[in-house]
Design a protein around this ligand. Structure first.
Ligand code: TMP
Length: 205
């Protein structure tokens, strides 16, 4: 695997505001004339969109292992078709979720073995890890108020599930402080954006 670009991932519980932040980060890079792509996991490719549809909207029981392998299947396609080619061309890749979502959601919250998830992810991702990861941290109350009434399959999980996801992210950030930066996302959107830009500029210079 050759890799010249920079791989930056945006993470957090549902309703944390990361999607607005990735859009603002993309606008910033565009204004600076920096070559980048913005993508998402799951659903960053045409095949991935079909997998995302199953993951978020299937209305029957989904076995946790099946869920895990669907996220990983999406990622395998995403990496080969989109992420690695962009990195190899020297671009910045802004990705809405990646492996930390899998560890937080399927590991910490769903209860699957975290080491095993990492091993499987390593096979799928050919060892590709982000250079920088933002975890947008908000309270469950704030995230719930942002989600509205129409929730997908994952958003509809109980409060305890989302609490475990949040704790999972904070735990991961403690384990990998060099890579994972926790951003207090209870603040105004522009203030958070400035925080993100400062950290990206530090890494890019
Ligand atoms: P999104 O709506 O932020 O794009 O995320 C899709 C949902 O999928 C969100 O609830 C988090 C969840 N998810 C996992 O459970 N495991 C994963 O590996 C990924 C990438 C997302």
């Amino acid at each position: 695997m050759v890799k010249k670009g920079l791989f930056i991932t945006f993470e957090g519980i549902d309703g944390c505001g990361k999607s607005s932040q990735i859009d603002l980060a993309a606008e910033y890079l565009k204004a600076q004339g920096i070559d980048f792509i913005k993508t998402r996991d799951p659903g960053g490719t045409p095949l991935g969109c079909k997998i995302r549809e199953i993951l978020l909207n299937y209305d029957g029981h989904v076995a946790p292992m099946c869920e895990l392998f669907l996220y990983l299947a999406d990622r395998a396609q995403h990496i080969e078709e989109k992420i690695l080619p962009a990195l190899n061309e020297g671009k910045i890749v802004l990705c809405d979720r990646y492996v930390d979502s899998t560890i937080a959601y399927q590991g910490y919250a769903r209860g699957l073995d975290k080491e095993q998830i990492l091993e499987l992810n390593n096979i799928v991702a050919k060892g590709l890890m982000p250079d920088l990861t933002f975890v947008f941290d908000v309270s469950l109350e704030v995230s719930a108020s942002r989600l509205g009434d129409k929730k997908d399959r994952m958003e509809s999980e109980c409060c305890e599930f989302h609490k475990k996801v949040r704790e999972g992210y904070l735990d991961l950030a403690k384990k990998f402080p060099e890579r994972i930066k926790v951003i207090n996302a209870d603040r105004g959107i522009e203030e958070i954006h400035k925080n993100v830009v400062d950290i990206v500029c530090d890494l890019y210079k």
